[in-house]
Every structure is written in C-alpha cells, then in structure tokens.
Design a protein around this ligand. Structure first.
Ligand code: CDP
Ligand code: CDP
Length: 222
C-alpha cells in the first residue's frame, strides 16, 4: 500500500509524512533523499555525465527509516549526513532533471514498496511514479511562508544565510522542478490539495491521518 505527498520545497511534505508514518506505524520514503544520494555520486564523478552513470551502475543504494530519520547508504557506508549540504542542494535539480537518474530512483522506490505500507513524498510520485497510489496529497504553501520555514531551519543549524537568499534558492528550485521535461512537479488530478500556509503542523498531520483512516475504513467495509 502506498500513500504519496508531492509539493514544492518547504511546503511541509517531509516533516508531515514522517509524523504520519510514526502515528500510523507505517514506513516513510523520502524520494528527495534518493535524488540527493545520486547527486553525491554525480559530484564524485566530477560532474561528468558519462562517468556519473557508470559509477551509478556500480553502486548499490539502500535505505531505511528509523527514529525520525531516513537513512541512506551507498554500499556499506551510511551517507545520510552528507545529503543536505549546500553543494548537494545546488546540484540536485540538475541531477533530478536527467531521465536516467529518474529511472534509477523510480526503480529503487517501486521495488521497496512492494512489501508493507508506505507513505512517500517527493515531486512526481502521484503523477509518474505511483499513479495508482491509494491516496495522493499535494501540499502547497505561499513562497514567503516556505522561505521563512527553511530560513529558521538553516539558522537553527548555524548556517550563515539571509532570508532573501533562501527565498531566491527556493524560487529557483521551484522553477527548475516545475519546468523540467521529465516528470515535472505537478498536482495529480486525483490528489487532495493541502495548503499549509495558514495551518499548524498538528492540523496538517491530523488532516492527512484522518483522510487515510477514512479511506481504509471504507476499503475494509467493502
Ligand atoms: O526538502 P526539499 O524540498 O528542499 O528537497 P528534497 O525533497 O530533498 O528534494 C531535493 C530535490 O530532488 C528537489 O528539489 C527536486 O529537484 C528533486 N526531486 C525530484 O525531482 N523528484 C522527487 N520525487 C523528489 C525530489
Ligand atoms: O519536505 P518539505 O520541503 O516540503 O518541507 P519540510 O522539510 O517538512 O519543512 C517544513 C518545515 O516547516 C518544517 O520545519 C516544519 O516543522 C515546518 N512547518 C510545517 O511544515 N508546517 C507548518 N504548518 C508550520 C511549520
């Protein structure tokens, strides 16, 4: 069983999906972390596309969710702590725009969710990766709200950055994610839109949990 949440950066997908996974005791899948993992390999290749895809075919990527953290390993090495650096963030949209990268990540995800119940979040899960997902959500929030959230997170981590800079980077990533040719960020027709601009975190978690419980109670009845 797979439930998906798509939406732009800072709309609340990952923190909400994790909270829902914890509450309902299901697995969590962070597709952005997988694109970030490929980006690490891309950087290792010296940003050489041919070498990147050669390296990618040689490496085995695995992942698991535990204690609120989505862990990724390349071979035996846990590389989770390297996924959210500024360098990876700056290159991830480029890597995610390559068709072969998308095919690779999609294969990994589709294989993983064959067993158990999952909530996954990303950009194209409801449209391209899991068009038959049992439930789809599309999370949005206005740009200022999203920039403010990211700014707070980065400040808490001690990153030296201005709010304007954060806003500029989000805007640029929104643009790249929505305009790329392969599987751009887009709401699936059957996805439930959740605008979190004026919602508290608890409200959006409860809203999604209630939709899931509703749906599965109904499925059990028939
Ligand atoms: O957390 P944040 O929204 O900043 O980004 P992320 O979820 O870690 O995803 C990083 C990047 O991966 C996004 O900006 C997209 O370029 C790409 N991505 C994608 O193309 N498709 C997905 N399903 C998930 C992420
Ligand atoms: O995954 P995505 O990039 O969509 O967002 P995120 O990584 O979950 O970041 C959203 C941030 O905003 C987190 O620090 C949340 O705790 C916070 N937040 C939220 O998601 N929803 C609210 N209503 C208020 C704050």
């Amino acid at each position: 069983m797979i439930i998906v949440i798509d939406g732009p950066a800072g709309s609340g997908k990952s923190s909400t999906a994790k909270a829902v996974a914890d509450k309902l005791d299901i697995q969590y899948l962070d597709s952005g972390a997988l694109y970030r993992t490929l980006t690490l390999i891309y950087l290792e290749s010296g940003k050489d596309k041919t070498k990147f895809f050669e390296l990618l075919n040689q490496k085995s990527i695995s992942f698991y969710y535990t204690d609120g953290a989505f862990n990724v390993s390349i071979g035996k090495q846990n590389i989770t702590d390297h996924l959210r650096t500024v360098e990876v963030s700056e290159h991830v949209s480029t890597v995610a725009a390559m068709l072969k990268s998308r095919e690779h990540v999609n294969r990994l995800m589709r294989k993983a969710v064959q067993q158990g119940a999952w909530i996954a979040e990303g950009r194209d899960l409801g449209t391209a990766v899991f068009p038959d997902a049992e439930l789809k959500f599309f999370m949005v929030a206005d740009l200022d709200t999203r920039a403010e959230r990211r700014y707070k997170e980065l400040k808490a981590k001690g990153t030296d950055i201005t709010k304007d800079e954060v806003k500029k980077r989000i805007l640029e990533r929104d643009r790249k994610d929505s305009q790329r040719k392969s599987d751009p960020l887009r709401k699936a027709d059957d996805a439930i839109k959740v605008d979190t601009s004026e919602m508290t975190f608890e409200q959006q978690v409860n809203f999604i949990c209630s939709k899931i419980t509703d749906k599965f109670q109904r499925l059990l009845k028939y």
